[in-house]
Design a protein around this ligand. Sequence first.
Ligand SMILES: [Mn+2]
Length: 362
Amino acid sequence: MVAAEGAGAVGERASGRGSAASGGGSGTRTVGPSGVNATVATELRAVELIGAAIGEGAPDAGARAGPQSLKRWGLGRRLAARGRDVRWGPIVSSDRRLLGHGPLHVVGEFSERLAGVVGAALAAGRLPVVVGGDHSCAVGTWSAAAAALRRAAGGARALGLVWIDAHLDAHTPETSASQQPHGMPLAALLGHGVPALTGVAGGFPKLRPEHVVLIGPRSWEPAEAALLERLGVRVMAADEVVRRGFGACVAEARERVSRGTAGWGVSFDLDALDPADAPGTGVKVADGLRIAAVRDALHGLGCDPRLVACELVEYNPRLDDDRVTARAVDAVLGALLDRRGCDGPAGLPAEGERRGRPTAPP
Ligand SMILES: [Mn+2]
């Protein structure tokens, strides 16, 4: 069952892309003489915000209220102000009546329903942006994206994924002391773990190790690190990010997840950020990414037509302080989706120039 809570357009931009291409109104951008902006406006897919209201995958279930809280706060309207057609789709809610069977059962059942909603958005030609909820929702989001690419005809059909997180999320029930499902989604997507998670949207591994890059982990257990190392997953831990700069890491990650894949996505856990920038999340770790660097590095990535979906998770409104974390959510997703990043010379440098250019301060 999917609880569709007020699906519909938000913001003035949602009424039609033609109005954005005309350059009038909100003043977020202007149309250049080349007509490049008008072209971009017609090519960008509409964004469908999908709520993943689940918290049972984490010790503090508060993230379950995250999507509804962000919706009430006006996340859709704020993102639409970046010049894209943004609307809320369903908010999918976990079934707490299943908790007696254990959290993995709750997550598995939820994941199938979330995958159905994400798959429908993809089939309709929209860009799904999943807002969590604890990170166990990644199983549903990326299983659906992988299944959709697998069904597409011809050539590369694999999914690439950039996973930005303070943790590795690569536990299996055998290695996890806490047994918390939100510590397991990446392992499950790689085909390791319980069938309730690995079998969502079809029993095939959703990700190949060479198509995954983790950025920013700074807290993990040896067993999950060992799994990723054995599989050969590229992990850019926090010390590497500090050394090279987040922008350089994102550029390399994007290149890796684009190679040999049909499309790629971004899964962003708010705990990747420094607690000063994102206090409203359940498992905070000191010395995280700063929001300004993240905003700069992610700006315009959503212009890539091969971006399949995005996900931002672990927003816990009860732990948020004066909506500091909600503003971080808006900053991260706004940078990713900002149409002004698509304008080439008028916006950020074109793709070829950006690649390998570190954005970190000297
Ligand atoms: Mn995570």
